[in-house]
Design a protein around this ligand. Structure first.
Ligand code: GLU
Length: 342
């Protein structure tokens, strides 16, 4: 276990430089009153967020940039690609020590995983957000942002891939998932556990990332949009198999099954997916269950059907990995290996 003490330095020029890239979300949200559930994401800009937190000046030299200002339900691959290019650009220089990305929490895990695959730097990238808008009673955004900047400025956070700091917890991009619609304790890292904790800027790390990421990743941040279409089909009892067929008719080159249990679906859907796989459509079996691995050839014959098992990735992250993998014109075995490696 490594613990660091937060340093407050007198000489401002000695402080690490952290770029805060804002994309919107509840952390930048505002409501008419401080005690209402309804609000609009992406209303406060990055300069206002930084100005409202003078404590940041004690731990880092902070520069803000507005990349987008959307609720993360509207996050797109165009914004993610722009964000990744900008982070790669900033971290390639000597002046920036780390980057913080503020983001809505709804799709934060997808952007975190996308950046984990496409940022080519050992320097620290930290994402954060908030569950309560800036105008709410006990807004959680300011402390989350303070802690995120402290982690981005902490030399011990280097080479750990993209980290997510929320509610005093430090998660890795590969593991974390949103688990509660409204609670400030929404993010969990169910399979591999927390990467660490941060308490008013003081960090403790428990483990290193278990999978390849960032500076060790083979995925480029330079690619043409749109990415190959990959859809997610949610399995359920008595599931109609024609949803798989519809996705293919609409242009999907791959389908991730959010399967029941260990990546299962009913027999008619297995047959439909197998007929699509025979025609070159990529079928990945993931799970709608929030934790646990999806293994090859457990109840479904992946070898015979040419399916991929998602291993530890949930459906949303499996989709991102498959979209980027398809840019490489891979073989079946290569795609399966990517799911084991990333
Ligand atoms: N829909 C909002 C978003 O993802 C709410 C979630 C949040 O930021 O907490 O931007």
């Amino acid at each position: 276990m490594e613990t660091s003490s937060l340093e407050y330095r007198d000489l401002k020029s000695e402080l690490p430089c952290v770029a805060v890239l804002a994309t919107g979300g509840t952390i930048a949200g505002s409501a008419e009153s401080s005690a209402q559930a309804g609000y609009r994401s992406g209303m406060v800009d990055v300069e206002a967020m930084i100005q409202s937190l003078p404590e940041l000046e004690k731990i880092a030299r902070v520069r803000g940039e507005q990349i987008a200002n959307v609720g993360s339900q509207d996050m797109s691959f165009e914004i993610m690609a722009r964000l990744s290019r900008r982070i790669n650009d900033l971290l390639s220089g000597d002046d920036i020590h780390g980057v913080v990305v503020t983001h809505g929490t709804d799709t934060l895990e997808e952007t975190a995983y996308f950046l984990n695959l496409t940022v080519k730097s050992p320097k620290t990238v930290v994402m954060t957000g908030a569950m309560r808008p800036a105008t709410a009673i006990s807004a959680d955004g300011p402390l989350n942002l303070f802690n995120a900047v402290a982690v981005a400025a902490d030399p011990q956070a280097r080479e750990k891939g993209v980290l997510v700091v929320m509610n005093d917890r430090i998660h890795g991009a590969h593991s974390l998932t949103k688990s509660n619609t409204t609670s400030v304790e929404t993010f969990i890292s169910p399979i591999n556990g927390l990467m660490g904790t941060v308490n008013y800027g003081k960090t403790t790390y428990f483990r290193a990332p278990s999978r390849r990421h960032t500076f060790l990743s083979e995925f480029s941040f330079e690619f043409d949009l749109p990415l190959p279409r990959v859809d997610i089909v949610y399995a359920c009892a008595d599931m109609p198999p024609d949803l798989i067929e519809c996705s293919v008719i609409k242009g999907a080159r791959g389908i991730v099954i959010a399967g029941d249990g260990n990546g299962n679906m009913n027999d008619v859907s297995v047959k439909m997916a197998a007929s699509m796989a025979e025609n070159g459509i990529w079928i990945v079996r993931s799970s709608r269950v929030p934790t646990g691995r999806v293994g090859r050839n457990v109840e479904v014959d992946d070898d015979a059907n040419q399916f991929i098992a998602s291993d530890e990735l949930n459906p949303a992250k499996s989709r991102i990995l498959l979209m980027l993998a398809l840019l490489k014109n891979p073989t079946h075995d290569q795609v399966q290996d990517l799911f084991y490696a990333y």
